[in-house]
Write a protein that binds this ligand. Structure first.
Ligand code: GLA
Length: 354
């Protein structure tokens, strides 16, 4: 059976380091995506990439550790192994993948890869179960105890909309992105190499704060009095204020109050820099430069931090750098009999050679 699956990357407009605490975020799927095209059958998953090195060849029934040692450290095949181990497809797959999501930039290239592969290998549950499966795959492939935002955005994207996610109540509310706003992503030039261990440390610090004052998603600023450790106070202060900023930002976006939305983005960046300490001097300088540019409403780091990308909300055409991204549809199967040139960029699709 011939299959063609596509899954987008994402950018988060506001609400970072809140998903694994049952908080709020407002990401959107973007018009950069990963595609998988091939044939189901056999007892191995065999994939080649148009852009990335190497071929991945994994027995569908091998233990995860065996698959991970077959692909080696830092290889994109780890994410394939993670999905195969979680999905345990009844048949194999042979095909090719290509992607227009830049790797290591904080636009969730790994989530797009996992979601596209899970669909290609035959996942047939709900959007949420697809995202949960891919979140587990990401955690086992990377060792990072990530939340579900990236995989859920890739799976659930809606054209023209950002997604107001409430991770405590498992709800997604679409919020239209006004046509007269540009969403622009600018790479800082720093790839996110330290993200893994620092991410786990931040998560553990928040969980320590929660063991002292209860769930941060429902905490108020007054609850910070229960934290004597200044570091835990700062971490908790970020989470409590960030959740509130997401709510206010979503209202501002709905009401087309772009200046207010931009101000909230700048406040969010300051909170990630000072309270959560996941920014870098390069990201700070880039945000300051963008925010001071005429026509830019606001800018902030997006995703985990420690390098990667900044997102800016601007008047149309205000920035002539970075990539303008459009709020896009989520992952889906395409008609595999149609030509495979549906995604911009990415060059030719490398068909399997055997
Ligand atoms: C990474 C994780 C997400 C989320 C963000 C920070 O992208 O994969 O789950 O925690 O960082 O908001």
């Amino acid at each position: 059976m011939r299959v063609h699956a596509i899954a987008p990357g994402r950018v988060n407009l506001i609400g970072d380091h809140t998903d694994y605490l049952g908080g709020l975020a407002l990401p959107m799927a973007i018009d950069r995506a990963t595609e998988v095209l091939g044939e189901r059958g056999g007892d191995h998953v065999v994939l080649r990439s148009a852009e990335l090195e190497g071929e991945v060849r994994l027995p569908v029934d091998a233990p995860l550790d065996t698959m991970l040692s077959l692909v080696g450290a830092d290889h994109w095949g780890r994410y394939v192994a993670g999905v195969v181990a979680e999905l345990r497809p009844t048949t194999g797959f042979e095909g090719a993948l290509r992607s227009t999501v830049p790797v290591g930039s904080g636009l969730s290239s790994s989530a797009a890869l996992e979601v596209a592969i899970a669909l290609a290998l035959g996942h047939d549950g709900t959007t949420r179960s697809l995202a949960e499966l891919c979140q587990r795959a990401e955690q086992s492939a990377s060792g990072v105890p990530c939340g579900i935002m990236d995989q859920l955005t890739s799976a659930a994207g809606i054209a023209g909309h950002a997604l107001l996610m409430d991770f405590g109540h498992d709800t997604i509310t679409p919020v239209p992105v006004p046509d007269d706003l540009d969403i622009v992503v600018v790479h800082s030039g720093e790839s996110r190499t330290l993200a893994g261990s620092a991410y786990a440390t931040r998560r553990a610090e928040c969980e320590r704060a929660e063991s002292l004052i209860g769930p941060l998603r429902s905490a108020a600023l007054a609850d910070l009095d229960g934290l004597t450790d200044p570091l835990l106070r700062r971490r908790a202060h970020h989470v409590i204020t960030e959740n509130q900023r997401v709510r206010t930002f979503a209202e501002a976006l709905r009401a087309r109050r772009a200046v207010e939305a931009g101000r909230l983005m700048v406040e969010s960046h300051a909170s990630l820099r000072d309270d959560f300490e996941v920014s870098t001097p390069t990201l700070d300088a880039l945000v300051a430069r963008l925010a001071a540019t005429p026509g830019v409403h606001g800018a902030r780091l997006t995703g985990a931090g420690f390098g990667g990308c900044v997102v800016a909300v601007t008047e149309p055409g205000a920035l002539d750098l970075g990539w303008r991204v459009l709020p896009s549809e989520g992952a889906r199967l395409l008609d595999a009999s149609q030509p495979s040139d549906q995604v911009a960029g990415g060059g030719g699709f490398a068909e399997p050679s055997s």
